[in-house]
Design a protein around this ligand. Structure first.
Ligand code: 5AD
Ligand code: SF4
Length: 486
């Protein structure tokens, strides 16, 4: 491949953030260097999300703006990778005539070869999933040789040098087919990665200075593989990763309530490096809606699980996703969701307005009948209820000390505000965001922060002591963005 520059913009969930990091590793290995903006880049890629229409519209608008650039510089390669490529397939070439390449999330290991093909053939190329069979059972499928394992396995550990926090994939795809969701179509069947590969990848990252690992899966607790003929479920996998010497923090997202195994709580309780944090979407507080979504649990079952979580880990921070305005959602259903949120007392919530996705069961069989202004109102009301809960939780921490892993300069400091010139940002084990003054030597350290003030989103404080100094002498440690989807 002719070296040059690339620009890659990522939309959507943590899985996409990880895919983009791995794709960047591949591009750099081919000699490409990052460009500041698409205007000057030789290869322009968008790693896309299809979960809601809004996410797709954003990408289409970015692509529209590149038509003039492509006329000026016909050699520039423009590509769409990820879920939107898989969902829209070749029809994207019709919608966006200046597009050169599409590549689904399961084919990203082919990207360097695809770029070469575009250069040689001067015609659009596509790499999309063939028919991935769901007819064989989950374990058998995971044991089949998985070509895309190549993408994770080839993670460039040199590029991970000094990275403070990292994602490690444990599983690809999803078999749940919640009626609103496009992910099982775009990311294909659920396949777990071999436990040895996951542990080895995590260990390499820790050896290079990584202090916090987040295990990723669409339904991470459904993980199932085997080792030496013995089944390895998620609890056993967690135990093995938690045993890695030098790992300070271990998290995992996203959990699926109906597949929960109590043993996971036991491991969380007994392994000090596993953060007391659980992202476990309920999606609705109404049994009628949960049934229509095909989530596989009732509100009572979900609540029982949350009580069990608190029995094992009393201070656990719970995070959830909710969809408002799903087909047929009445005021009564929505009130039930508000009740659930008040009852569970989440640490934080991600709220989404229902967006019909072509090809899903809900889109075939149910009208999108909640008016958009009602969706907006319910969205705001749910966030307001949660906002009050979050504020109360955070205010209870004022004058207390929390443990923080220092991720870097805060947004305010990066914007150049003189009042915040020395402001740093980091997270507690409960995934609370804290800001406090410090200097570059604190970045990458584990510190105790005494909380002096709190809003619903952020704790403010001052460093009270250093628990353990930074292990990296590299400036500009990469930190991970907060959750958007999963
Ligand atoms: N419309 C709105 N929200 C959705 N999600 C998934 N599909 C849809 C959809 N069609 C939300 C769910 C999921 C999160 C990643 O996105 O809450 O947990
Ligand atoms: Fe799978 Fe989550 Fe989508 Fe349900 S919402 S189909 S569990 S990715």
């Amino acid at each position: 491949m002719t070296p040059g520059t690339y620009f890659l913009e990522t939309f959507g969930c943590q899985m996409n953030v990880l895919d983009s990091q791995l794709v960047e590793g591949q591009l750099r290995a081919c000699g490409l260097r990052p460009a500041e903006s698409p205007t000057s880049a030789d290869v322009i890629l968008f790693n896309t999300c299809s979960v809601r229409q809004h996410a797709e519209d954003k990408v289409l608008s970015r692509l529209g703006r590149l038509a003039a650039l492509k006329r000026r510089r016909p050699d520039a390669i423009i590509g769409v990778i990820g879920c939107m490529a898989e969902r829209q397939r070749e029809s994207l070439f019709v919608q966006v005539p200046h597009l050169d390449l599409i590549c689904g999330p399961g084919e990203l290991h082919c990207l360097p070869a695809l770029l070469d093909q575009v250069r040689q053939r001067r015609e659009p190329v596509a790499a999309l999933a063939g028919t991935q069979s769901r007819r064989i059972d989950r374990l058998a499928r995971s044991l089949l040789e998985d070509e895309i394992e190549a993408l994770d396995a080839a993670r460039d550990s040199a590029a991970s040098d000094g990275v403070l926090q990292a994602y490690v994939r444990v599983q690809r795809g999803c078999d749940k087919f919640c009626t609103y969701c496009v992910v099982p179509f775009t990311r294909g069947p659920e396949r777990s990665r071999p436990p040895q590969a996951i542990v080895a990848e995590a260990r390499r990252l820790v050896d290079r200075g990584c202090r916090e690992i987040t295990l990723l899966g669409q339904t991470v607790n459904s993980y199932l593989h085997q080792d030496g003929g013995q089944p390895v479920g998620f609890a056993r996998l967690l135990e093995r990763v938690a045993a890695i010497d030098g790992l300070d923090r271990l998290r995992f997202v996203t959990s699926f309530p109906a597949d929960w195994d109590e043993d996971i709580f036991r491991v969380m309780r007994d392994q000090p490096c596993i953060c007391p944090y659980l992202h476990i979407p309920a999606q609705s507080g109404s049994d009628r809606i949960l049934k229509a979504m095909k989530r596989g649990y009732t509100v009572a079952e979900y609540l029982k699980l949350m009580d069990l979580a608190r029995k094992y880990i009393p201070d656990i921070a719970l995070a959830g996703d909710f969809i408002v305005g799903f087909c047929g959602e009445t005021d009564e259903d929505f009130q039930a969701t508000l009740d659930l949120v008040r009852r569970v007392e989440y640490k934080s919530l991600f709220v989404f307005k229902y967006s019909p996705r072509p090809g899903t069961t809900a889109d075939h069989s149910r009208p999108d009948d909640v008016p958009s202004e009602v969706k907006v109102r319910r969205n705001n009301e749910l966030l307001a209820v949660q906002g009050a809960i979050s504020l109360r939780h955070k205010q209870a921490l004022v004058s207390k000390t929390v443990q923080v892993l220092v991720e870097g300069r805060s947004k305010a400091a990066r914007r150049g505000g003189p009042r915040h010139a020395r402001q740093l940002v980091g997270r507690t084990p409960h995934d609370l965001i804290a800001v406090f003054d410090g200097d570059q030597s604190h970045v990458g350290a584990l510190v105790n922060v005494q909380v002096t003030a709190a809003t619903a989103l952020t704790l403010t404080g001052r460093i009270a002591s250093i628990i353990s100094p930074s292990r990296s002498n590299r400036l500009g440690v990469v930190s991970l963005p907060v959750h958007e989807a999963g």
